[in-house]
Write a new protein. Structure first.
Length: 198
């Protein structure tokens, strides 16, 4: 029995929001998301907007900065079985979905009007809603990848089996990259979900 893995299956999407959903298959693990922050400063809504425009994460596909971003990563671990030198099949398969959010962080200076603080809190909440949508697409990708891995038949060798798994991963990544783009287009990068500031 051999243990092998496929890691670094990163599908990146800038700007995300949504509703979280868990794994449906016991062989799929959804790791708790991590969040990184970029600090912005300002005393007015216009200053905060300018800071996010300047410092927000870059969407490489669109060549633009947005207020937030989501990166998702699929990690697959397998054990192999079969007849040595004659056949190879997956004995166990585990897929883990990891998500990282990038969000703005602002500490209101003394004397900041409460209306601006409230507006900011609302913007952060709607940003998170949008990013959670990207996270859910990452979970969906993990489920799809796991389902397809489980359907791969016995191969002549473990190398051939791993090559098929890598091809499957690449196809899932390409498919879900388009789904992330469609989600951003449908929500106007979260604008239809309220992620507009000021």
């Amino acid at each position: 029995m051999r243990i092998q893995g496929l890691a670094g299956l990163v599908g990146g999407v800038i700007l995300g929001y949504a509703a979280t959903c868990g794994a449906t298959d016991p062989d799929l693990t959804v790791a708790p998301p991590t969040t990184s922050f970029y600090k912005i400063q300002g005393k007015t809504a216009a200053e905060l907007r300018a800071q996010m425009n300047q410092l927000g994460p870059m969407n490489q596909d669109e060549g633009k900065r947005f207020d937030a971003a989501t990166l998702w990563d699929l990690d697959a671990q397998f054990t192999f079985g079969g007849k040595k030198g004659k056949s190879c099949q997956f004995k166990t398969i585990k897929v883990t979905v990891k998500t990282t959010f990038t969000l703005p962080e602002w500490t209101p200076p003394d004397g900041t009007p409460q209306a601006l603080v409230d507006r900011w809190k609302k913007h952060l909440a709607t940003l998170q809603t949008h990013e959670d949508g990207h996270k859910q697409l990452g979970v969906d990708a993990g489920n799809d990848f796991l389902t397809q891995l489980k359907a791969i038949p016995t191969a002549a060798s473990c190398d051939a089996l791993q090559k098929t798994a890598a091809q499957t991963r690449d196809a899932v990544k390409a498919s879900f990259k388009q789904k992330h783009k469609a989600y951003d287009a449908a929500t106007k990068h979260g604008a239809t979900q309220g992620a507009v500031f000021p």
